[in-house]
Design a protein around this ligand. Sequence first.
Ligand SMILES: Cc1cc2nc3c(=O)[nH]c(=O)nc-3n(C[C@H](O)[C@H](O)[C@H](O)COP(=O)(O)OP(=O)(O)OC[C@H]3O[C@@H](n4cnc5c(N)ncnc54)[C@H](O)[C@@H]3O)c2cc1C
Length: 492
Amino acid sequence: MSKKDYAIHWFRRDLRVAGNPALSEVWKSYDGRVVGVFCFDHKFLDRSDFGVHRFQFFLQSLKSLRDELRSIGSDLLFLDVGPSQTFPDLLQRLSSSDWGRPECISWNRDYEPFARTRDEHMKSFLDDQGIKYCEQRDHVLIEPHELEKKEGGGYQVYSPFSRQWIDLFSKPEIQERIKKKKKGIDYLTKLAEGKNEKIFSLQWKDLLDISSDQEKLLQSYIDQNQKRVSIKIPEAGSKAALYALQSFEPKLHQYQEKRDIPSIEGTSGFSNFLKNGSLTISMIIAFYDLKAFEKKDRSGEAVFFRELIWREFYYHILYRHPNVEGEAFLPKYRDLKWENDPKKFQAWKEGKTGFPIVDAGMRQLAKTGWMHNRVRMIVASFLTKDLLIDWRWGEQYFMEQLLDGDLAPNNGGWQWAASTGCDPQPYFRIFNPWSQAKKFDPEGRYVKTYVEELAKVSNECLFDPEKLKGKYIAPIVDHAIQRKKALELYKV
Ligand SMILES: Cc1cc2nc3c(=O)[nH]c(=O)nc-3n(C[C@H](O)[C@H](O)[C@H](O)COP(=O)(O)OP(=O)(O)OC[C@H]3O[C@@H](n4cnc5c(N)ncnc54)[C@H](O)[C@@H]3O)c2cc1C
């Protein structure tokens, strides 16, 4: 065996071994001689939309990944510098080791603008160094270049996008991708049962002397960040992701009836895992054996499947229109004259607007790091169309707070609610927070869970500002008046 013949897998937001395309490709090519690396990129950690809680969940996922890799014969090295320094340093150190430099470096593609630029630099650096790289699709099932209109370019409306997505989904090539994930699920099941085998055959200690500081780096990040954490961080990592898949199985067929009721756990809770790649859309599809559904199918499985396609839609939009990170998709809404009152924004963040459903949502977010999708739509509509505050303020606050904060679906969700995005809620359809609450939380269970002051208030008061007077903080705006102002604002 040539000692030079090995690969390094660069983990970014694909924090799993099961069904990891680039990792599995180099694992095959190098007969298990693959080690992992993760670098703490300070350009990323210093971003304004950094979230302490999401980072803690991410760190816990990394810890679980390292333990897993060690248990199957590989390892994960942590470095405290970005990739532009990590790889030159590492290659230099390795060139004087017995094994020499790796033959190949692998990673899975990331579609965010920041990541795309980073990866382009990495490729030219490796080309200059004469080192191979292996790049694979992972986060989406169907990549933007695979789904285009006949006349070229991508879709900007969900329905035709999803129609073509479903057509492609049925093709053997895409089904093959799902099949591969089934093997990943088998691996994961064995791992959870403690039956993992040593399928890798290279560790960092074979290659380099790892200092004890380096060995402690991940733990020191975990300990430091923990000091800033104010919520309970959910269980992270591959086994937790498998457990989430198993737990949602009996609920899947009822998804259509229950997904819009915020007081019950009717949704999957997969988004945290999807964000860092402990799960992917294709793994979910493989696990439940989901098939393409007819347009009219309203079964739980079909409706759930369509939600997964929404995620892919927003990824394609971000890829093709990276400018949505920062500006409205629709040019006519780029200069809207938002009122941007900081006091109202503060009241919204704290869940003290006087609108029970909005306050409950914002308090759920602060307390748990998650918010139900229906309520995300309500609070986003409220911020933009009742408080007349720029959607980007809300988008950023969500990123700071959400465990699942993810640029593509977050930006997509905000621009949908603010009517500035592709295929958005029409600007004149403005959610009434009182009637939304009555429709989706008729017994006030959700509201009373998060707004303790309302625990003893009778339900009929929750949906009527007149009846609620004196029993709860007064609404900071009048919905009817703000609605008219919003309609004026959007007349451009
Ligand atoms: C203003 C706003 C902001 C949002 N920000 C984010 C975000 O930062 N990260 C994020 O993952 N999702 C975001 N969403 C989409 C959606 O709210 C969450 O994906 C969902 O609530 C996550 O819970 P779940 O995994 O239980 O979802 P489920 O209902 O079980 O759905 C399964 C999966 O389908 C995808 N999905 C479901 N609904 C949507 C949707 N409307 N758009 C795109 N994908 C969807 C998600 O990946 C989700 O995990 C946002 C929506 C809005 C309206």
